[in-house]
Design a protein around this ligand. Sequence first.
Ligand code: ADP
Length: 359
Amino acid sequence: MTEVKLDRIGKSYGAVEAVQQFDLTIREGEFLVLLGPSGCGKSTTLRMIAGLESITRGDLLIGGDRMNDVDPKDRGVAMVFQNYALYPHKSVFDNMAMALKLQKVPAAEIQDRVGRTAELLGLTEYLDRKPAALSGGQRQRVAIGRAIVRTPKVFLFDEPLSNLDAKLRVKMRLELQELHARLKATSVYVTHDQVEAMTLADRIVIMNGGVVAQVGTPREVYDNPADEFVAGFIGSPAMNFLDLTRDDTGGWRSTCGSMALPQLPVNTGQRHQVRLGVRPEHIEVMPGGAGAGEMTYPARVLLDELLGADALLNLGIGEARLLARVGGADHPVQGDTLDICLNSSQLHVFDIESGKALR
Ligand code: ADP
């Protein structure tokens, strides 16, 4: 178990700054997830830790030692790739044993370590098979096993579940959680899938255009997104956004005119415009005419989508459009009129220019 310190590391490809000033200490035993859309610099960051990419600026320390110029194989890291990267002509056993053989580990110890790892991953009965004769999930387990037998100080995962179908992804996600609970090894995991990030991470780093937008626990990034980008990226369906303009009384009105909000739960300073954010699951839906609270608005269901346990309602409040998530049983349907209620403790407010959350 080892701490990994990224001391303002950066990577440029010519004029392109793929990663800027990444500054973070990954704690011993922590499961850290790098999350963000394609091209935001997640893989580049991971590959700099692995030593597969040179570091343009800053220092990388693993277990307190500077690693910038250390060979990948001497960093004490093991990486699991999206495409498994198994040797097709070698058996599962040989794929897992390969690195140990190269390290000249005695044969009896290799048997023992591969055997125990195969048992841990449920691969014992497949040790003689070639990768082609395995399912996608089993192949990825072999790739994970190959990393585990090396007993690395740090595990690096590059979108390891992306090639699996949805059902298998959920299963492998649970397996990874169990594995981490047992091994407690420092892990850095790259994904663009926010559900994977929320379920696996001790802390999530959300990246946007090569820059760290926020670092926090899943709860923190969901409850208190630092900016509009994080707010829109975490949560599914995504948060609703609505522009507000200050009215003559000092209260706020949706810029399209149809919703009035007497006050906002944050300090808006001198701003005349802000952007409101509200998650679909935080819009309370009531029968029409039932509520008379301050932030209760009559709405019409423009479209309803049943997901099963839940339903999504596309709502029109005058010109304003909001997506609400409600229970799937007896949910309101297209054409229904109802009241919606916003709870001020669940509203997010952002600066229009910078996108930063106002507190
Ligand atoms: P992610 O993993 O988040 O999808 P990457 O780390 O792969 O993103 O890429 C970050 C940025 O760096 C992207 O703009 C990408 O085009 C650029 N990039 C990555 N590798 C290279 C390379 N070898 N040469 C030039 N630009 C690259």
